[in-house]
Design a protein around this ligand. Structure first.
Ligand code: ADP
Length: 341
């Protein structure tokens, strides 16, 4: 993706809210590029600053410091008129769909075209084509109340595409949907990204959304970028505490255990995950290890696995195990109770 031009350049973007006596730095010197054609994820816990950050991307929020540069234009420098024109290139979908209930599906989809003066015949033709893309042709005459949540989000996606935007911002777009429907919507977004080369920015608090379709991800913590990079690399080896918290939260499940200094988190990739690693380790080193928790998942078709293991208490034995991991290319780091439990 990096070979493409940046569609967004964020330069030290900062947003400070000043309410009465309280100052909140919601976004703190955020600085990264988003490239044309990529699916870029922005993830963080609740209150991390995601919504504020995404609102700076179409200047729904004015920045306190720094610059958001979209397609070569500094958003903060645009006149009202220029901003209106630019916003047509930046579409957005939301958790709550924002459809007009009194209008049919087709009228919802074609509304942006109507607002820019496209005639009825032409806009209905384009509207039906958009509904075909999202798989809802047969619902053109239905009203939003007659649709499921997933179908409503498809209508919102069709409407978002009406003006052929350069970017689609998705703000928690699947958070209100059940897992199966989430998967379908993510598949649709992925196919739109591929077929139309549309840049998609996914704002979410759910790591599974990131794993499923994002190419790169920025992890936001207390308003700052804690970690940024290729999704597969971050999943395989999350370095920051914020990334570890997001990648590992389900690892321990409901089974707390006696925590001690011999607990390690080991991370292995698709190749290694298929190997009988523990059996080989025991055979090779003569040491036993205790698996406290294990979790594997598939990211982009490659299996990643993580385990929390308890290594031998005796330092020599522990070293033998760690050396073995190093030798076969497995990352083993002392597990941090704070981020694992
Ligand atoms: P997220 O989307 O990651 O949950 P937000 O961007 O909504 O995070 O919020 C980040 C921080 O900024 C929070 O501490 C929140 O309380 C604060 N905040 C957000 N909007 C406002 C506002 N309009 N006025 C004051 N504080 C705000």
């Amino acid at each position: 993706m990096q070979q493409n031009e940046p569609i967004y350049r964020l330069r030290q973007v900062t947003k400070i809210f000043a309410d009465k006596n309280v100052q909140t730095t919601a976004v703190d010197h955020v600085d990264f590029d988003i490239y044309e054609g990529e699916i870029f994820g922005i993830i963080g816990m609740s209150g991390a600053g995601k919504s504020t950050l995404v609102r700076t991307l179409n200047r729904l929020e004015e920045v306190s410091e720094g610059e958001v540069i979209f397609d070569g234009k500094v958003l903060g420098d645009l006149s009202e008129k220029e901003l209106r024109a630019t916003r047509k290139e930046i579409a957005m979908i939301f958790q709550s769909f924002h459809l007009l209930n009194q209008k049919t599906v087709l009228d919802n989809v074609t509304l942006p075209l109507k607002l820019v003066g496209v005639g009825k015949k032409e806009r209905n033709k384009r509207g039906l084509e958009l509904l075909r893309i999202v798989g809802l042709t047969e619902k053109a005459k239905a009203y939003p109340a007659q649709l499921s949540g997933g179908q409503k989000q498809r209508v919102a996606i069709a409407r978002a595409l009406a003006l052929q935007p350069k970017v689609l911002l998705c703000d928690e777009a699947t958070s209100a949907l059940d897992p199966k429907i989430t998967e379908e919507i993510l598949n649709l977004l992925e196919s739109i990204n591929r077929t139309m080369n549309l840049t998609i920015i996914m704002i979410t608090h759910e790591m599974k959304v990131i794993e499923k379709i994002c190419h790169r991800v920025a992890i936001i913590d207390h308003g700052s970028v804690a970690e940024l990079g290729n999704v597969k690399e971050i999943f395989a080896n999350p370095k920051s505490k914020a990334a570890q918290k997001l990648v590992l939260p389900t690892l321990m499940g409901d089974n707390p255990f006696d925590w001690n200094n011999e607990c390690y988190r080991i991370v292995f990739n698709g190749f290694a995950a298929t190997e009988p690693i523990i059996a080989n380790l025991v055979q090779t080193t003569g040491e036993n290890i205790n698996i406290l928790s294990a979790n594997t998942r598939s990211v982009g078709g490659i299996a990643y696995g993580q385990m929390i293991v308890e290594l031998p208490k005796e330092p020599q034995g522990r070293k033998r195990v760690l050396d073995y991991f190093a030798q076969i290319g497995i990352t083993a780091v002392e597990a941090d109770r704070e981020v694992v439990v």
